[in-house]
Ligand binder design. Structure first.
Ligand code: 0L1
Ligand code: MG
Length: 265
């Protein structure tokens, strides 16, 4: 990984700036406008500093996510590589529950699948096979992303610093052992207000959803971090992201894995 160009004071200031925008739901311009010299190491350090700030205030980290894991999504957002983020206790919304639109800026929903690990994973060298052997079960998830950047205009370093647009998520449906799901080929149908708005298949995620967890373990390894046993990991969108507004209801059906629904209030 690259070295730092920002000093500790700048990293802490950037983390406070982005976290305030998240907590108070307002837009900011992309971080590389303020710090054009920032490196990928700086971007990840800012994200980890946001995580440290939250944990210091008693927030629990309840999972991890990969983002930008489909080639279509990378092309849509003009970035070259997936990214990761962390999930907090207050991000969770129950299946069939309400998402408070006023707490967010410009939310979009994504149909995802999540892995729950039963063994720790630490890169380098983690493969799809390692991930499958370390997985307790998989289950459906819907991610609500909410970039803090105006009009979702950003570059990869800015997104990483902004906790990869993490804001809310729902999990539920039907858990399954990995051997009971065709992870590459299972289909997903996303409906908003009764109309189909997106469809997809597991292979949209880096060719195989377990490849996303492997990439996360390898990226964590670069920081000498591991994915602990018992971690909930969302692998990235199987469908395109769909922008929602107050009053919208959604329902996502996952082949062999049940469904998840929710409503923006
Ligand atoms: O979860 C995701 O794939 C989104 C990552 C950040 C990019 C975005 O906000 O669209
Ligand atoms: Mg996502």
């Amino acid at each position: 990984m690259s070295e730092n160009n920002l000093n500790r004071e700048q990293i802490e200031a950037a983390a406070a700036h982005l976290e305030k925008a998240e907590l108070e739901a307002y837009e900011v311009t992309k971080l590389t406008n303020d710090y054009p010299e920032m490196t990928y190491k700086d971007a990840f350090d800012i994200q980890w500093e946001i995580r440290r700030r939250k944990e210091a205030r008693g927030t629990k980290i309840v999972g991890l996510k990969m983002g930008l894991t489909s080639w279509a999504k990378m092309a849509q957002m003009g970035v070259e590589h997936p990214c990761y983020g962390f999930l907090c206790d207050y991000f969770t919304v129950p299946d069939g529950g309400e998402i408070k639109t006023d707490e967010l800026i410009h939310p979009k929903i994504e149909a995802e699948i999540a892995f729950v690990t039963k063994k720790a994973l630490k890169g380098p060298g983690i493969t799809i096979a390692d991930v499958l052997a370390a997985t307790d079960f998989v289950l459906p998830a819907v991610e609500v992303i909410d970039s803090r950047y105006k009009d979702f205009k950003f570059d990869l370093k800015s997104v990483i610093a902004d906790n990869s647009s993490s804001s809310r998520f729902i999990t539920g449906g039907q858990m399954q052992r990995v051997e009971n799901v065709d992870l590459k080929h299972f289909g997903v149908v996303m409906e908003v207000n009764g109309e189909i708005v997106a469809t997809g298949a597991g292979a949209a995620v880096l060719g195989h959803p377990a490849a996303s967890v492997a990439m996360l373990a390898n990226m964590f390894g670069e920081r000498d971090e591991e994915i602990p046993a018992g971690t909930f990991v969302m692998v990235g969108a199987v469908t395109a992201a769909f922008q929602c507004k107050k009053g919208d209801s959604f329902s996502v059906r996952y082949q062999g894995l049940g469904s998840i629904s929710g409503r923006f209030v």
